[in-house]
Write a protein that binds this ligand. Structure first.
Ligand code: DGY
Length: 323
């Protein structure tokens, strides 16, 4: 029997690519240059499975290309807002993602950004790199203590809960959350967490606000000018979710005018483009979408995609099916 034909849109960890080569008739992307819309359409017409990631926008136009051969899209990533799910469904495509395996690494990056922002690490590093540091002084770069402060999490899924655990059990932080449905009582009690009725309530009470909701039209600019103004002037905003959850222009204004003290961002509206105004600010820590970027996690994500497509081609339900 012929092996299924697979197209992988970006370079993956070598050991996962080796398995793909062994199991499938696979087209890898050695150059790692993102595929164009036409190349993605061709992949859907010529392969049985397309394995995209967060940088591949699979919109209605691409997904509705005629004479499709593909039956499954195995997304390399837990977030799948890069895929127009309504059209995928209408086109009869199965879509899978990679939950669970990146939970801790992404929560670690959120915690890293929280600490960097609170303790003014970007400013300190800039001082050293610019060779402007003249030595320790009692009043230099005074940041905020993290231990014992209040962390507010917007969205309370796996990554938010993992961050809450680290923050509560590691840093003695008080946990607030905002989630559309009532979180599990055992988890809430372990974290001694309080559920806020509204985003507004959480924003006005927290010292640190961390975003963990999915991207997409429902959450676009959830954090806007009006809501940023509700935050404490000593508060910090952390975003490891999706860039468009925050109105960047409003955030830049908030950071410049001191409505909030700082921010830590791993994701950006329109990334990889970054609003140049962020680069001139001292009170923002910037990372290039590193949430899941550890050896173990990226291999585990690849293995998760492998397991999903293997189940599909064996005629079974893929474990991480989202559509
Ligand atoms: C995801 O999986 O959604 C991340 O943003 C990419 O690692």
């Amino acid at each position: 029997m012929n092996k299924p034909k697979i197209v992988v849109t970006r370079k993956w960890p070598a050991e996962v690519e080796a398995q793909l080569k062994e199991l499938y008739d696979v087209q890898l992307n050695e150059s790692d240059i993102p595929m164009t819309a036409d190349e993605l359409k061709l992949a859907l017409q010529t392969a049985d499975a397309l394995l995209p990631t967060v940088t591949d926008v699979l919109n209605a136009d691409i997904l509705s290309v005629e004479n499709k051969r593909a039956k499954i899209i195995g997304n390399f990533g837990v977030g799948y807002n890069n895929i127009d799910i309504t059209s995928a469904k209408a086109q009869g495509l199965v879509v899978t993602n990679t939950p669970h395996v990146l939970t801790d690494c992404t929560a670690d990056i959120a915690m890293l950004l929280l600490l960097m922002s609170a303790r003014r690490a970007p400013e300190g590093e800039r001082l050293i790199l610019n060779q402007q540091w003249t030595g320790w002084t009692p009043t230099q770069l005074i940041g905020q203590k993290v231990t014992g402060k209040t962390l507010g999490l917007i969205g309370f899924g796996r990554i938010a809960q993992a961050m809450a655990k680290k923050a509560h059990h590691g840093f003695g932080m008080k946990i607030l959350c905002y989630a559309p449905s009532q979180p599990d009582a055992t988890i809430m009690s372990d974290l001694q967490a309080t559920r806020c009725e509204t985003v507004e309530e959480l924003l006005s009470e927290a010292n640190f606000v961390s975003l963990h909701c999915p991207g997409g039209s429902a959450t676009k600019h959830l954090i806007n000018e009006e809501r940023l103004k509700l935050m404490r002037s000593s508060a910090h905003l952390i975003n490891t979710a999706r860039g468009d959850v925050v109105d960047s222009k409003a955030l830049i204004k908030a950071l410049k005018e001191g409505w909030i003290a700082g921010a830590g961002l791993d994701v950006f509206e329109g990334e990889p483009a970054i609003d140049p105004e962020f680069l001139a600010l001292n009170n923002v820590a910037l990372l290039p979408h590193l949430g899941s970027a550890s050896d173990e996690t990226r291999i585990a994500m690849g293995n998760r995609v492998l397991a999903n497509i293997a189940a599909f081609f064996a005629g079974n339900e893929p474990g991480d099916r989202v559509v």
